[in-house]
Design a protein around this ligand. Structure first.
Ligand code: ZN
Ligand code: ZN
Length: 337
């Protein structure tokens, strides 16, 4: 099978011919139909974060396709089912997080395309308990971006406990942002989308954003303030000023939801007085659970969300990374096999 392999941090990926992996006990073999390109894959391939993947490795955690074989202990009934292979490759199943529906916090978790080989390959093996079935009404091309960009922003909106008529400011309107705008709308929020790319802002507007702000030409804190201030600010962009502007755009009682992970071991400054006197909450939100992903698929199957993506071939993966880094991809790029 063909696989795109990271052999050195910051080096172009190598397209290699590899044997199709065998599913081990508790695993399934999935034949990839599509895999979305997430910014995390680029961070992984460049070794940007404090804990780096072990080389060589295959990135990708938005993989979709049918199960073609199962390992020992997995029911053969799963063969033929179309599944999503998400970032959470496996969790221990028995720690206090796992037993309370918070498996994304498990300290023994394994991450697809980071600590184990992922989905930039024609086949991958995955833990049978970690994959999520894709409803027939959701095409594989659309299921891919929902598997990380979708579930991550869906979870962030849930974590912020948005109620109708609250204002949600979305900082970063691309791959994640275009879905965040829709989830914020689904729960009745007014949406302010902030980005530096006019195309992404145009897309956010089409998808229902009530206000769009180009932060290259306008101060988002001022503009969002003019609209009444934000009750919730989601940070999906990695630029340091996005964190700072998101915080300052909040009204009293506001919730800052931090999703983006900049390179290095970044930190953010919080003004203590505004946080205390304004009753501000700061919430970290990482991907979403299997149940969250099932809900994301159910909403999409019911026609409540739209996925904006463009297809690419596995061989184009390096150019695709450049497109994402240069902000030229309108929303998500999806590898088709
Ligand atoms: Zn991701
Ligand atoms: Zn656990």
């Amino acid at each position: 099978m063909k696989a795109a392999v990271v052999t050195g941090f910051g080096k172009p990926l190598e397209i290699q011919e590899r044997p199709v992996p065998e599913p081990g006990p508790g695993q399934v073999l999935v034949r990839m139909e599509t895999c979305g390109i997430c910014h995390t894959d680029i961070h992984a391939a460049r070794g940007d974060w404090p804990v780096r993947p072990r080389l060589p490795f295959v990135p990708g955690h938005e993989g979709i396709g049918p199960v073609t074989a199962v390992g020992f202990g997995v029911g053969a009934g799963l063969v033929g089912s179309r599944v999503a292979v998400p970032w959470l490759g496996s969790s221990c199943g028995s720690c206090r997080y796992c037993v309370t529906g918070r498996e994304t916090l498990c300290e023994s978790q394994v991450n697809t395309g980071y600590s184990v080989d992922g989905c930039y390959a024609e086949y991958t093996v995955a833990d049978a308990r970690a994959v999520v079935r894709v409803p027939d009404a959701v095409p594989s091309f659309e299921a891919a971006p929902l598997t990380c960009a979708g579930v991550t922003t869906y979870k962030a909106i849930k974590a912020a406990a948005v109620v109708p008529a609250e204002r949600v400011a979305v900082f970063g309107a691309g791959g994640l942002g275009h879905l965040a705008v829709q989830y914020a709308r689904l729960v009745g929020g007014f949406v302010s989308a902030v980005d530096i790319e006019p195309d992404k802002l145009g897309l956010a507007h089409q998808l229902g954003a009530d206000q769009v702000v180009n932060s290259r030409t306008h101060d988002p804190v001022e503009e969002i303030g003019r609209a009444g201030g934000a009750d919730v600010a989601l940070v999906l962009a990695t630029a340091p000023q996005a964190f700072e502007q998101a915080f300052r755009s909040l009204d009293r009682g506001g919730r800052l939801v931090v999703v983006a992970l900049p390179g290095g071991d970044a930190s953010m400054d919080l003004p203590i007085h505004k946080t205390v006197l304004g009753g501000i909450s700061v919430i970290g939100s990482v991907v979403g659970t299997r149940q969250d992903l099932a809900e994301v698929f159910a909403l999409h199957a019911a026609g409540r969300t739209r996925v904006i993506a463009e297809p690419r071939r596995l061989e184009q993966v390096d150019d695709a990374f450049d497109e994402v880094l240069g902000g030229r991809a309108e929303a998500r790029l999806v590898l088709e096999f």
